[in-house]
Write a protein that binds this ligand. Structure first.
Ligand SMILES: Cc1cc2nc3c(=O)[nH]c(=O)nc-3n(C[C@H](O)[C@H](O)[C@H](O)COP(=O)(O)O)c2cc1C
Length: 258
């Protein structure tokens, strides 16, 4: 087959990618940790036993301004302009439920079923939240505890906005967002079952999560913009994760719109 310039150039420069594609082919997967009988990682990242958790309202109680599914899909777009208006706690709770809400934990506590799909129900994400404007919550960095449907405060400070905005290459909609969602992947959860193939699955999983945020936002007069243009090192440092076992996979800004 004649190779065009793009394909030729890609072949010359993308050796890591070629190696990864080969190593992560389904048929090339070695025995997984699961097959080898290694204990699976926890369903959620641990936190201090005496941490003060912040309760959230019942997500089902959030009132929607739009419920016509066809309209919601048709209207969805990336929105980068937000007005200065707080999200209510009820709206915020609803968005967390829509993106990572746990519907079921099996009896053996080895998997969860959630509002989004995930390869092998591994659900590798921890949701880190830059909170700027949510009713009753101080500005700062938080983590969503999906199993408890509660929040964990990591750092109450306005500076974190600047750090995350910088890490997102100064994209203004981070600074002006009511909340910026940062989905951090705990690769071990997916790796336990899928080994080298995990990276593919984690990125696919992330797409589903963000799409639910886009659609849910349309139902409460909010706008969302996905972000993948960020400085990985700055972002991982801002969130306090190592960038290897835990890495920022995807980000999305959200705010109220006219
Ligand atoms: C994986 C991915 C990464 C994206 N990264 C950014 C980004 O860093 N900054 C931004 O402003 N928009 C980003 N977007 C939004 C796209 O620019 C947008 O989806 C595209 O222009 C189509 O517009 P629409 O979403 O309004 O249909 C991203 C979208 C996706 C799916």
């Amino acid at each position: 087959m004649m190779e065009d310039r793009n394909t030729q150039e890609m072949g010359e420069t993308m050796s890591t990618w070629k190696d990864y594609l080969e190593a992560s082919k389904y048929q090339n997967m070695p025995d997984s940790q699961q097959k080898k009988g290694i204990t699976q990682p926890p369903l959620q990242m641990a936190y201090e036993a005496d941490a003060q958790l912040i309760s959230l309202p019942d997500p089902q109680e959030c009132t929607l301004s739009e419920s016509d599914f066809k309209n919601i899909i048709q209207k969805r777009e990336s929105r980068r302009q937000y007005i200065v208006k707080e999200l209510s706690q009820s709206e915020f709770s609803y968005l967390l439920w829509a993106t990572q809400g746990v519907k079921e934990v099996n009896e053996a506590k080895t998997f969860t079923r959630r509002t989004v799909p995930s390869a092998g129900a591994r659900h590798p994400f921890e949701t880190y939240l830059l909170i700027n404007q949510v009713q009753g919550l101080a500005q700062g960095l938080y983590r969503y505890l999906a199993l408890e449907h509660k929040l964990l405060l990591l750092e109450a400070s306005a500076d974190i906005n600047q750090k995350i905005t910088e890490a997102c290459l100064k994209q203004k909609h981070v600074q002006t967002s009511a909340v910026t969602f940062c989905w951090v992947a705990d690769i071990a959860r997916t790796y336990w079952r899928y080994g080298e193939r995990s990276f593919r699955y984690i990125l696919l999983d992330a797409g589903h999560v963000c799409q639910n945020l886009y659609l849910a936002a349309e139902t409460i007069q909010c706008g969302v913009c996905a972000i993948a243009a960020f400085d990985d090192d700055l972002m991982n440092t801002a969130l306090g994760v190592d960038g290897i076992h835990l890495f920022t996979a995807y980000i999305a800004t959200l705010g109220k719109r006219e």
